[in-house]
Design a protein around this ligand. Structure first.
Ligand SMILES: *[C@@H]1O[C@H](CO)[C@@H](O)[C@H](O)[C@H]1NC(C)=O
Ligand SMILES: *[C@@H]1O[C@H](CO)[C@@H](O)[C@H](O)[C@H]1NC(C)=O
Ligand SMILES: *[C@@H]1O[C@H](CO)[C@@H](O)[C@H](O)[C@H]1NC(C)=O
Ligand SMILES: *[C@@H]1O[C@H](CO)[C@@H](O)[C@H](O)[C@H]1NC(C)=O
Ligand SMILES: *[C@@H]1O[C@H](CO)[C@@H](O)[C@H](O)[C@H]1NC(C)=O
Length: 224
């Protein structure tokens, strides 16, 4: 898996050399999405916890994208007790997902605060939900489209994400797509959060890349 810089475009990023995302420790929250619902997506781990916080901690530890939790008091009257009060899930539901069922024993939580749109969504288990937008756009426009879906261009800051994104592209027959790394001058590459690459230890550049002083300033993951 190598990263090639092959597309020309201009991304304007505020000149700031600080490592923003290293200063803010981002901890997913697990938002309540549907009360009295249980997702039947793949379970990464389960446990019998009495508090939602314990279940959230298990979910964090397992890098789960969602969870089902059964608060005490649920399912007591006339129903058999649940086997496990906490189920942490590899994927999150998208809108109209058929695997989200009414279940008075559980509430369904997700790291995504809103229902995910149901277009070409793709779950990379324990990594995230990704969308491949098929229109050809420039980088600025691609960023805007992502914002429109309350998301950002996918970050490629570790091997797992880079490899799985490359597989998503390959299995969709797409040669190249934008990811959340760009440069306004072909020298300093920054993430969507404005971090320079010096803030990220992961590197997967193709030999000779990133090329200096060329009008090429976006990055795409390729399966090679
Ligand atoms: C979990 O707890 C419930 C009620 O507290 C109990 O009925 C159930 O058997 C427990 N499950 C396991 C796997 O121990
Ligand atoms: C599931 O619950 C919703 C309300 O939360 C209700 O509108 C819907 O009819 C229920 N569906 C089934 C299959 O029971
Ligand atoms: C990007 O595309 C949008 C819409 O197609 C266009 O309005 C804009 O000028 C383009 N930006 C650049 C830098 O080419
Ligand atoms: C997203 O784009 C659609 C049209 O493509 C538009 O109707 C909608 O208002 C936009 N939403 C946001 C939050 O910008
Ligand atoms: C880069 O683009 C600018 C203007 O778009 C042009 O003047 C310059 O020659 C280009 N440089 C290279 C190396 O292509």
């Amino acid at each position: 898996m190598l990263l090639y810089i092959i597309l020309y475009n201009v991304l304007t990023v505020d000149a700031d050399t600080k490592c923003i995302s290293h200063e803010i420790t981002v901890v997913p929250k697990y938002y309540l999405i549907e009360k009295c619902h249980r997702s039947k997506l793949g379970v990464a781990s389960k446990a019998n916890f009495s508090t939602l916080n314990s279940c959230r901690r298990l979910a964090l530890e397992k890098k789960a994208l969602a969870l089902n939790f059964s608060p005490s008091g649920y399912g007591k009257i006339g129903r058999k007790p649940v086997e496990y009060t906490c189920e942490v899930l590899k994927c999150a539901e998208s809108e109209g997902g058929l695997s989200l069922k009414n279940d008075t024993n559980y509430d369904y939580y997700s790291i995504y605060a809103k229902h995910l749109p149901n277009v070409n969504s793709c779950c990379v288990p324990l990594a995230g939900m990704f969308y491949l937008l098929s229109e050809k756009n420039n980088y600025t426009e691609a960023e805007r489209r992502c914002r429109n879906m309350s998301s950002v261009l996918a970050g490629v800051f570790n091997q797992h994400r880079t490899d799985t994104l490359a597989q998503v592209l390959a299995s969709s027959g797409v040669e190249a797509a934008y990811v959340g790394l760009g440069s306004s001058n072909g020298r300093v590459f920054r993430t969507t959060h404005g971090d320079s690459l010096d803030c990220i230890t992961y590197r997967a550049w193709a030999p000779g890349h990133p090329r200096k002083n060329l009008n090429m300033s976006c990055v795409v993951p390729l399966l090679r």
